[in-house]
Design a protein around this ligand. Sequence first.
Ligand SMILES: Cc1cc2nc3c(=O)[nH]c(=O)nc-3n(C[C@H](O)[C@H](O)[C@H](O)COP(=O)(O)OP(=O)(O)OC[C@H]3O[C@@H](n4cnc5c(N)ncnc54)[C@H](O)[C@@H]3O)c2cc1C
Ligand code: SF4
Ligand code: SF4
Length: 499
Amino acid sequence: MNSGGDSVSFYIKTNRSFTLFRRYAWLLAILIGIGGQFVPALGLLVPFIMAALIGMSLFKGKYWCGNYCPHGSFFDNLLQPLSRYGKIPAILRSRPLIAAVLLFFIYNMTARFFAVYGAMGTAEFYERLGFIFANTYLMVLLVGGLLAVVINPRTWCQFCPMGTMQTAFYRLGKALDLTGRFDEKVVVEHPELCHSCAKCARVCPIQLTPYLGFSENYRFEDERCIRCNTCVKNCPAGILHLAGDRLAEALHKEVSLEGFDRARYYKARINSIGELHDDIREYTFELLEPSHMPYEPGQFVLVEIEKSRQMYRAYTISGSGSDNSEIRVTVKRLPDGYGTNLLFNNFREGDLLTLKGPLGRELRVNLESEELLFIANGIGITPFVSVVQSVFDRQDYEFVGKADLLYGARYEEDLVYDDYLESTAAENSNFGYHKILSKPRTAQYRKGYVTDILQEMDDPLPGAKVYICGTPKMAADAQKILLAKGALPENIYYENFGV
Ligand SMILES: Cc1cc2nc3c(=O)[nH]c(=O)nc-3n(C[C@H](O)[C@H](O)[C@H](O)COP(=O)(O)OP(=O)(O)OC[C@H]3O[C@@H](n4cnc5c(N)ncnc54)[C@H](O)[C@@H]3O)c2cc1C
Ligand code: SF4
Ligand code: SF4
């Protein structure tokens, strides 16, 4: 099986500068590396920097590299946009190379130090010493910078001698029991909440794979982790944290697995692939082993899209056979999406694959509520298809409350399941279906966003339950309007698709 649509990159360029220092620390690298060529005394800052990073590593591993390193800031901020952003070759991450670079660094610095040693105590000694350090800083700017552009921004960091020394001192710190409460690691709230989407690996500057490496106590223990927080900020499930032991324990105690506790792995076959639109397909999976997946409308499954990486994608169950021996998902292809291009290009009817489910708690609807409000835009409509079915298409139960669905899309053809929703609204006077297009091609549709409709609606009843699925911006705007209209925050539920 080839990579995501052949042309789609696995690794994703993202912002990594979450503090002002990280954004601008590269100025220090330029000052010392280039300024030091003219004012060698600037190079004398380097021993202090080295002392700081080694001191810090005793307590916090490679925290310096991800948060304070001026070269790291240079690679991430200035060179990342220019970088080809490829995979870092295994040889550059290998132990022999790391050891060889460290030995060369020690030999080189020692030899150069002895060359100026004779002038010890004089102004010339300090000038020449400063020059040695400034040159070393410049060399990293040049070599590291070249590798950053040609391969990946943090290529140098794989074998940087300062990084290797930090790892050695970190081990010493652990042996001396210094790390304790200072040592923050990437922690997952619970592995069962993970979607195995690999986003944490795709954004990691060091190209580590946190989702495949959580220890028994849910920590990512890889010593190469530079604690940069990038995976934490990008995890679509919001389940990663950079935490010391105390916070990690508290997270584990508080976490709820409700909605995730009945998930199992299923062997499945793709029974049919339906085209709903150029870029939207409906996949029906026959469940082979186990043969039935009991689920609640609004829940999702994970679909394995790449075996070698154990990588899955989350898709809401948009329907199923009456005995749950088949389930259906609706997928929108993203032009630069890795997984959707794999699904669209490589998966065929009859193919076998693994699913995991059912999962999710946010969009499981409380049918006892007098008023239900569903708000969707784009592909966020998928959970509400099975939800509407479960509310209005049941023989054993009649929903007596009132339900409204607000559905926003871009063009007419993007309104998937429109016929079904229209007919359900025609048959049920207590179901209001309101659609709106941001770029209608005809005058038949209202132009605008779901939030425009929401704004005009009556205030929700005090106990009304609101379920939102769509883009983060729409969800944020909708929540603002709902709160202003008196909806209770605990009655608003939102599933973030992360796209
Ligand atoms: C609970 C849940 C339910 C979901 N249900 C559905 C559903 O029913 N139907 C559905 O279609 N989707 C659903 N999703 C979204 C789905 O899981 C995938 O995220 C989606 O299909 C995109 O996957 P992808 O691998 O193609 O995109 P990815 O490659 O993961 O891309 C995700 C985003 O990152 C951007 N990106 C990707 N590569 C790069 C790059 N190199 N540089 C910069 N930006 C980049 C993309 O533009 C996109 O916006 C759901 C998600 C969740 C969490
Ligand atoms: S980014 Fe995806 S794979 Fe990584 S921890 Fe979050 S949900 Fe799991
Ligand atoms: S695992 Fe996370 S915190 Fe560690 S280096 Fe990778 S992105 Fe940064």
